[in-house]
Design a protein around this ligand. Structure first.
Ligand code: NAD
Length: 257
């Protein structure tokens, strides 16, 4: 098993990609700290995981104090952290003009300060807060660890709304800066840039927006959460021990770069 005896924190693991990553990690022998803003869904994930010892934690990644408190609880429960997957995220926020997504030129002008800021709070600040707290524990336990940040094809090319693209590009910047600083400490930091994946997040995307994307995908389908989970297992495990500051994009060929 590729993650035996590892303690892994997965944020946003009450749904979609995060839940599948938690499952794949548990299959590979890891013990999971399943965190989500939705405490009930985090508990449901724990009940689905193979193996024992997994625990659920309620955590709002956009709140610094909430993240500090959650990692203190994880430390108290497990005594260390070996792997962090910064997966929690949203693709829209109240006041982001999303209702105009099929009308050319209308999303940006209808995006409010609050809609933009909330996106940054969850998708960017959240990655920073969790990474910082995980690194403190990784450094305390002998300077080793693997961090995987969830970006998107929106961070690589012209997909997604302005605030989502900005946030997911920032996640790649965080990944590279952290990889450079933490490499000498034995902590690897990489990113995954998923294409269009079947999860509750994309269930709300109108067919008129989704169909052209599938049409432009050489593999002719949307991805499954498992397609991303397998990439996360690779980046979290020793199989990628010489890989840091990189991104991997399971996207069916929708973008190639
Ligand atoms: N589904 C896709 O097509 C796709 C593509 C590219 C990137 N992504 C990224 O993958 C990640 C997972 O997305 P998904 O498709 O599984 O979505 P999802 O909506 O199914 O799951 C997201 C999870 O994050 C949690 N969450 C939201 N806000 C939170 C907060 N403030 N604190 C803690 N948890 C919070 C939600 O409760 C939910 O459980 C996200 O970062 C998303 O941007 C998804």
């Amino acid at each position: 098993m590729r993650l035996e005896n590892r303690i892994a924190v997965v944020t946003g693991a009450g749904s979609g990609i995060g839940r599948e990553i938690a499952r794949a990690f548990a299959v590979e022998g890891a013990t999971l700290a399943v965190t989500d803003i939705n405490a009930a869904s985090a508990k449901e994930t724990v009940l689905e995981l193979p193996g024992s010892g997994h625990q659920a934690f309620a955590n709002d990644v956009s709140s610094g104090p909430s993240v500090v408190e959650t990692f203190a609880a994880i430390d108290a429960a497990f005594g260390r952290v070996d792997i962090l997957v910064n997966n929690a995220g949203v693709d829209h926020t109240p006041g982001d003009g999303r209702e105009y997504m099929l009308e050319p030129g209308q999303v940006i002008v209808h995006m409010t300060d609050e809609g933009f800021t909330r996106m940054m709070e969850i998708n960017v600040n959240g990655v920073f807060f969790c990474l910082r707290e995980a690194v403190k524990l990784m450094q305390r336990e002998g300077n080793a660890g693997a961090i995987v940040n969830m970006s998107s094809i929106a961070g690589l090319s012209a997909h997604g709304t302005l605030h989502y693209a900005a946030a997911k590009s920032a996640v790649l910047g965080i990944t590279r800066a952290a990889a450079r600083e933490l490499g000498p400490c034995g902590i690897r930091v990489n990113a995954i840039c998923p294409g269009v994946i079947d999860t509750p997040m994309t269930a709300g995307v109108p067919d008129a927006a989704l169909k052209p994307l599938i049409g432009a995908t050489p593999l002719g389908r949307t991805g499954k959460p498992d397609d991303i989970a397998m990439a996360a297992v690779y980046l979290a495990s020793d199989e990628s021990s010489f890989v840091t500051g990189q991104w991997l994009s399971p996207n069916g060929g929708l973008i190639m770069c």
